[in-house]
Design a protein around this ligand. Structure first.
Ligand code: GLN
Ligand code: ZN
Length: 793
């Protein structure tokens, strides 16, 4: 395929852009609007009006920040998810939902939300992580039976709306190759079916949509192809072939907008040649995470515009403008030689960062000056585009960024000698415990547990009362003493309930935690939290990641409520000790692991993650010692995020698994032999990480298994997993109460594959999102089923 010659009249690509902008709204207006609609408190017209208001505000904001050229504002608004938007545009409704199309062949807003949220009969589309971000998309289900037809023109309507407001946007769609690679086979599909085999069937629908966009006046469209930067199961050659076929078809028609193919989240690697060979007019490369392409690779982009993603869209640090300018200089020189133009962009959509640093007035001014949220990133790309046009005009801004970054390196708290001495003095011995057999014997002697011990994963339902008490504390309506009393009441209730139900190992229920990461961030030095820094996690759900900016250790007391210790006050000990004082049974101390704390925060970019992880690990290690001293005999360190930080490229995975496993071991290896260390992971698709999970060397590992009907025990058996393991027997993701017989059945399956002396009985995950009624009933069935299974051993 040779590049089409865009006619000389074709508008060139704007000099500065971003690949996407947060759509939740500065005050989470979208969340409020869709949740009101779901609750029946507003009409479809009101929802549409709210969506238009958010889009209008975004247009005004982005043009105000400097995206004034045509097609520089990306049309990335979505009511829920961009993958769902594309699926709905293509009409890809799984057969299991029956007929969702309206009589005129379109999928309306209710059909859209049915796919996202399910209905009385059908589970929603599955949700999974979008590349290595914390954003979750809905997984389309594609089979040989899926019929594709243009079923929603929302992207055209949004374009027309923006145009009427005076802005010519660049509409966005998930590209066809990525769309199919991210899809899963439908229930109807044969075992060997690959969604990518339907490529030729989706292309006409894409082409039809592009034609409509052109007719509406769109000059450029963005087709997002992040799947090209990841090593997926599909062989690279098949992916290249799909790229060639897809873009040959999409660039062939005369009536179409020019195409920007974006490839965020990493380097194109082996797909670079295939992308270069397409006839698309522009390619956006992630030059923040991905390396600058080689000269030979760059030569392939002749005739196109190379959109240089030099400003990180995925983290919150102010850009090193001088370093970015140096990359742009290199590209400009290569472009002059090989005949391609250069434009400036973010490396990814800015959907991963909050709107605006200026909102965070409570943050230290120094820290604030180091940060760039979405709005600041827009200014950065505009500055760098100005640099490309006239280097001298941007010099002052480059110098200012250089100065701020240098001041950050020198700022108090960023590098603390006492923290660095500790990490610098670590030896191999700090990363390992005694042999498992020795530990197991010591633990058995202390704990005296029955076979198939029962426990939970940590949190109990966070009631409105509990959340209300925290809100009142934050408002100053109650004092710390009153809050402590309320939390202790709740802990007592939870402990009493577990006693009554007959659990063997108890938990305190985590009522005092707003979030399993933020709670620790608030009690560790080196972190700060934001007030308005919400980031979309999925649909209307947002998280507010903490900012890890400095060297980490436990903060000096008082940590939230107590701790007159002069340094490194305990974070969880008083709650755990109080809970343990209420029962003779062992009570698990509950900590969040270093990898998960990193994964769910914005992490400093001035040192390797491994180093930061070790600092967090040492803080947790101190906490474990204090928990032991307070009489806690079992300590769980949750690492649900271990798998999600797994690099997209296979070549990078071993190094990641090495440091992440080591950080867990560093956190836990100070535990005494007799202290039983547990870990919890939220999933059971172990794949390549099963060795790593084994490498954590936890005495007991709890995992999700109920939804997959205990499939995981086959993997555990095949792997020869030799330590304690608790495959979940109660799916906590829905309010459904599992019957005792159901739990018994799962346990029967488990004991066939895993030696009974290794097995634990527990739910899939924590219970904080559940209500008490269903939780109590489910846990009762779980404990009774364990008794039956125990008697049958
Ligand atoms: N201990 C945590 C809880 O029970 C674990 C949550 C998680 O794995 N995401 O809530
Ligand atoms: Zn979990």
């Amino acid at each position: 395929m040779t590049a089409q010659n865009p006619s000389s009249a074709a508008p060139s690509f704007p000099s500065a852009t971003i690949l996407g902008y947060p759509r939740i709204g500065r005050r989470r207006e979208l969340k409020k609007a869709v949740e009101a609609y779901w609750a029946g408190a507003s009409t479809a017209a009101e929802l549409q009006a709210a969506a238009e208001q958010i889009q209008a505000a975004t247009l005004a904001r982005l043009t105000g920040l400097g995206l004034t050229e045509r097609s520089s504002v990306p049309g990335t608004f979505s009511l829920y998810d961009q993958v769902l938007d594309t699926a709905v545009a293509l009409g890809a409704v799984p057969a299991r939902f029956g007929a969702l199309h309206d009589a005129d062949g379109t999928l309306g807003v209710d059909a859209y939300f049915t796919l996202a949220r399910g209905n009385a009969e059908q589970q929603p589309l599955e949700m999974t992580k979008w590349f290595d971000s914390n954003y979750h998309y809905l997984v389309p289900e594609i089979g040989p039976e899926t019929s594709f037809s243009l079923s929603s023109e929302r992207v055209v309507e949004d374009f027309a709306f923006a145009k009427a407001q005076g802005t010519l946007t660049r509409p966005y769609l998930v590209g066809p190759v990525t769309f199919l690679l991210l899809s899963k086979a439908s229930d109807e599909a044969p075992a060997d079916f690959a969604p990518l085999s339907r490529l030729d069937d989706v292309l006409p629908v894409y082409a039809e949509l592009l034609e409509k966009l052109a007719a509406a006046g769109a000059e450029w469209v963005q087709l997002d192809e992040p799947a090209l930067v990841a090593d997926l199961d599909t062989p690279a050659l098949e992916v290249s072939d799909a790229v060639e076929r897809a873009y040959a078809a999409l660039t062939a028609p005369a009536a179409r907008p020019q195409i920007l193919l974006s490839a965020p989240y990493g380097g194109l690697g082996a797909q670079s040649a295939a992308v270069a060979a397409t006839g698309v007019e522009a390619v956006a490369l992630d030059l923040f995470k991905g390396a600058l392409p080689s000269d030979a690779e760059l030569a392939g982009f002749a005739g196109k515009t190379l959109v240089a993603g030099v400003v990180d869209g995925h983290n919150i640090w102010r850009n090193d403008l001088a370093a970015s300018a140096a990359k742009l200089d290199a590209l400009r020189a290569a472009g002059a030689e090989h005949g391609f133009a250069v434009a400036v962009s973010t490396s990814t959509s800015t959907i991963h960062v909050p709107h605006d640093v200026e909102e965070e007035t409570q943050l230290d001014a120094g820290l604030r000056s180091w940060l760039a949220f979405a709005d600041q990133k827009v200014r950065e790309v505009a500055t760098l585009a100005a640099y490309l046009a006239d280097p001298a005009s941007a010099q002052a801004a480059l110098d200012e960024a250089t100065r701020v970054i240098a001041s950050r390196a020198q700022a108090p708290g960023v590098r603390r000698p006492e923290v660095r001495e500790r990490t610098g003095a670590l030896t191999a011995a700090d990363f390992s415990r005694s042999d498992y057999a020795v530990r197991a014997a010591a633990q058995d002697a202390v704990l005296n547990l029955p076979p198939l011990p029962t426990t939970t994963i940590g949190s109990f339902p966070q009631t409105a009362d509990v959340r209300g008490a925290r809100a009142r504390l934050n408002r100053g309506a109650i004092d710390a003493a009153e809050y402590e009393r309320l939390m202790k009441d709740e802990i007592k209730r939870v402990v009493d309930l577990q006693e009554e139900l007959g659990f063997d190992v108890l938990v305190h229920g985590e009522p005092e935690r707003n979030d399993m990461v933020q709670y620790f961030a608030e009690n560790l030095d080196g972190f700060d939290v934001t007030v308005h820094g919400w980031v979309q996690s999925y649909g209307s759900r947002c998280t507010r990641p903490s900012i890890l900016w400095g060297d980490v250790s436990r903060a000096a007391g008082p940590s939230i409520l107590w701790g007159d210790a002069s340094t490194g006050a305990p974070i969880t000990v008083p709650w755990a000790a109080y809970a343990q004082s209420l029962t003779e049974k062992p009570l698990k101390g509950m900590l969040t692991g270093p990898v998960t704390i990193l994964a769910w925060s914005f992490v400093r970019d001035d040192q390797p993650l491994a180093e930061t992880a070790n600092q967090v690990a040492l803080a947790l290690r101190d906490e474990i010692t204090d928990l032991e001293d307070a009489g806690i005999k079992i300590i769980q360190v949750d690492e649900p995020a271990l798998r999600e930080l797994l690099p997209l490229r296979r070549a990078d995975q071993a190094a990641y698994l090495d440091w992440s496993v080591k950080s867990f071991r560093l956190a836990t290896a100070g535990a005494r032999d007799a202290t039983q260390v547990h870990t919890h992971l939220c999933y059971s698709e172990f794949g390549v990480i099963i060795d790593a999970i084994d490498g954590l060397d936890a005495d007991v590992t709890s995992i999700e298994a109920a939804r997959s009907r205990m499939e995981v025990v086959n993997d555990l058996e095949a792997h020869g997993f030799g330590r304690g393991v608790g495959p979940g027997v109660y799916d906590i993701h829905s309010p459904r109460v599992p019957s005792q017989a159901e739990v018994e059945e799962l346990l029967e399956t488990a004991v066939k594959h895993v030696p009974a002396r290794q097995l634990w009985v527990n739910p899939d995950c924590g219970l904080k999102t559940r209500g008490y009624a269903e939780t109590e009933a489910s846990l009762r069935n779980l404990v009774e089923a364990a008794k039956v299974a125990r008697a049958a051993l």
